[in-house]
Design a protein around this ligand. Structure first.
Ligand code: ACO
Length: 422
């Protein structure tokens, strides 16, 4: 039986339907609220607002659950590959062998236009890789056939393949360019992850390194309506082309409160270590409301429990460092900090746990990836998720332009004042 909630406004009672998801999440449908009452809702930061119905990713922040298309993240991280997960996110089902081979060909086929390569080589070596990636993906829209900009004509799989291949070439090429090293082209005989690593380091990764990278990319592949996915959807709701949407997603991810946190975590751990390794000082600063400093890699809008991705990454960090024979003192700083934070009432009361970014940087560092490349590594992983979110949006028949309202709190009407009277 349909469920409704009743609200009373100005003496009028109205009924608002309750929508229930497949995991029993409930939402009040307020789409008729303004038309029937003149009221809107106000939800700063959208903490209580569902922006869409989606079939892609389910997460339960209270229980620490994350599933892509119903499959638990730990099973995918253990048994799957990044390309398989990319297919799953975009097509809803795990691929057959033939479907996966076809998808792999679609991803390997595109090459980066020479003009984009020239553009990459012209960026200053000091540029941030996320600025480079966002610009190069937006620029890619200028070098594709016009059909690729028309969302009614676009070959969605072909563009997904192009974007996945391009982001890896762009990141790896800029990585080598800024070190003044010879550029290594994409090799279609290698797997996606092997190729990425080879383009960056000029060697085929060991099985351990390959597995670690696969896991990191899988864990980052989607996370429902987060800041960057919402940015992709908001831009996409104007029927903008996918290159523009993804470029917007990259810009959103760059921020230190979102994907940029992995870089910020490493910088924080380095500064704690440089300061004698006293992580309790950092903890005290994070608790001080007069100090803007936050414990980077801690807290999450949705997770009020362990971020399941952080658990997997923490375990992988120990394994990778052992396999590579790397001893990183920052890992001890991170573990010490995590321990004291998890026992501290400030963090306990606010349910602040380590998030995906807390340990990922230590693995990247062990693989020889510099700190300011961390966020772009995240972006390589997130590409298929952003695309799946964009695709779901444009395939949804009732899709409308995203256009929130506001509560205006500025000046009331007043007359213009001539310059000489100001
Ligand atoms: N350090 C110290 N205090 C924190 C932290 C933190 N990392 N995170 C939240 N808090 C405190 C807030 O000050 C607030 O305290 P109050 O209730 O006394 O005012 C309370 O916890 C709730 O925090 P909000 O800011 O309301 O939480 P919100 O959901 O808006 O923010 C966010 C989530 C941005 C992730 C936040 O926890 C944060 O800034 N973390 C550090 C940055 C980070 O790691 N970002 C990566 C997130 S994962 C990702 O995007 C890939």
């Amino acid at each position: 039986m349909a469920e409704y909630v009743k609200i009373k406004l100005n003496g009028n009672e109205i009924e608002l339907p309750v929508i229930e998801g497949t995991e029993n999440e409930k939402a009040i449908d307020i789409s008729k609220l303004r038309a029937e009452t003149g009221y809107i809702t106000l939800d700063d930061g959208f903490g209580n607002t569902g922006s869409c119905k989606s079939k892609i990713t389910f997460l339960d922040g209270e229980k620490g659950i994350l599933r892509y298309r119903g499959y638990p993240i730990d099973q995918l991280a253990e048994k799957s590959s990044f390309l398989e997960v990319s297919y799953l996110l975009n097509h809803g089902e795990l691929p057959s062998k033939t479907e996966l081979e076809k998808f792999e060909r679609t991803v390997k086929e595109p090459t980066l236009p020479v003009e984009i390569c020239a553009l990459l080589d012209d960026f200053p070596k000091t540029a941030h890789p996320m600025g480079v990636a966002a610009s190069a993906i937006a620029a890619l829209s200028c070098f594709v056939p016009r059909e690729n900009l028309d969302i009614t004509k676009i070959d969605k799989d072909q563009v997904l393949g192009q974007l996945m291949e391009s982001i890896s070439i762009i990141s790896a090429r800029f990585f080598r360019h800024r070190q003044g090293k010879k550029i290594i082209g994409s090799d279609p005989n290698l797997s996606y992850v092997q190729n990425l690593y080879n383009m960056m380091f000029g060697e085929i990764p060991s099985d351990e390194v390959k597995k670690a990278l696969e896991v990191l990319l899988i864990l980052h592949a989607d996370h429902e309506q987060n800041c960057s996915a919402s940015a992709v959807r908001v831009i996409g709701s104007a029927q903008s082309n996918p290159y523009a949407c993804i470029s917007g997603g990259l810009c959103a991810l760059w921020g230190p409160l979102h994907g940029g946190a992995n870089q910020a975590v490493m910088e924080m751990l380095e500064s704690i270590q440089a300061d004698g390794g006293d992580y309790r000082k950092a903890l005290d600063r994070a608790k001080d409301k007069e100090d803007p400093f936050r414990l980077m890699g801690f807290g999450h809008r949705v997770y009020k429990n362990f971020d399941p991705r952080a658990k997997i990454i923490k375990k992988a960090t120990d394994t990778v460092l052992e396999q590579l024979g790397v001893e990183d003192p920052l890992l001890d700083v991170a573990k010490g900090l995590e321990k004291v934070a998890l026992e501290d009432p400030y963090f306990v009361d606010r349910k602040l746990y380590p998030n995906v970014d807390f340990y990922s940087g230590i693995i990247y560092r062990a693989l020889g990836i510099p700190t300011d490349m961390f966020t772009v590594m995240f972006a390589i992983g997130r590409m298929p998720g952003w695309y799946a979110q964009w695709r779901e949006l444009v395939d949804f028949k009732g899709s409308r332009i995203a256009r929130p309202r506001q509560v205006y709190v500025g000046e009331n009407e007043r007359d213009y004042i001539l310059m000489e009277n100001r």
